[in-house]
Design a protein around this ligand. Sequence first.
Ligand code: GLN
Length: 319
Amino acid sequence: MMALDSALDWQQIMAAVERAVMPHIGAGKVADYIPALACIDPRKFGMAVALRDGTMRCLGDADERFSVQSISKVFTLALTLQRVGEALWDAVGREPSGSSFNSIVQLEAEKGIPRNPLINAGAIATTDRLVHSYGGGQAGAWEAMDDLLDTARRLAGDQNIDIDCDVAESESQSGSRNRALAHFMASFGNMKNPVEDSLSAYFCHCSIAISCRQLARAALFLAFDGFDPVTGEEVLSKERCQRILAIMMMSGHYDNSGEFAYRIGLPGKSGVGGGILVVAPGHGTVAVWSPGLNQAGTSMVGSIALEELVRQTGWSVFG
Ligand code: GLN
């Protein structure tokens, strides 16, 4: 039978996670298509678990900030749904893609409507709607950037979260594929702003530098029906929260989403910076970071750590 959270022995759990990851530290391939990410030490490993009462259980490099990359897509989605509501679903779908994160192939057949908000094309379309909700153009893009950063800081209760301008610049300079996706969607009329304005906000969101501790804390509302369990703030309605988790479960890891659901059994989101965020509804959140990736762009050691964590805690959305 599954132990109650209050009965979990965190010292023993964290020791088991550490034992599981140690033989694999350094495994996987650091993302190098964004040059600023290529120089990160692949042997880094950190994990933070945030619990209902706001207490944290941390391991390794949990306080070192890393590039949030596509994990930002969850926060962009939440913010955009709050600002534009259900109209977002005219711009983007809710189906898993089964394709890589930056794939363009489905966009032509599906007339410029990306499969979901957690692939690059879908996140760019979502960001475009967020920018539009602030009046559009470059001014709207600045507001969209600030809003996400302020939201992350507020939810984490920590002002020490920033956009890493070197990473943002590097992303922009190497952003041909994302530009292609955005222009392709624009050709179908699915961008409301000049492509470069929406992309500038998208690149900045991806370039936020955040630690595992900050990320797990900022996302805690997702584990408690949209309410921050510590401050009581209603960040999202329960229904919206459940729906974001459904999208994370089905699409959080691109063409690795099925494997991730099979091994970990919790809604999550990966980023090519090597971070993974998972949500254990009713229990808490886990952020893990290790830069070496598998072929789908999911942290290899991070996945191993999460697999051991759910084995130890019994946390799963499947009972
Ligand atoms: N910023 C990255 C990109 O646009 C995000 C990809 C990812 O983390 N999967 O390619």
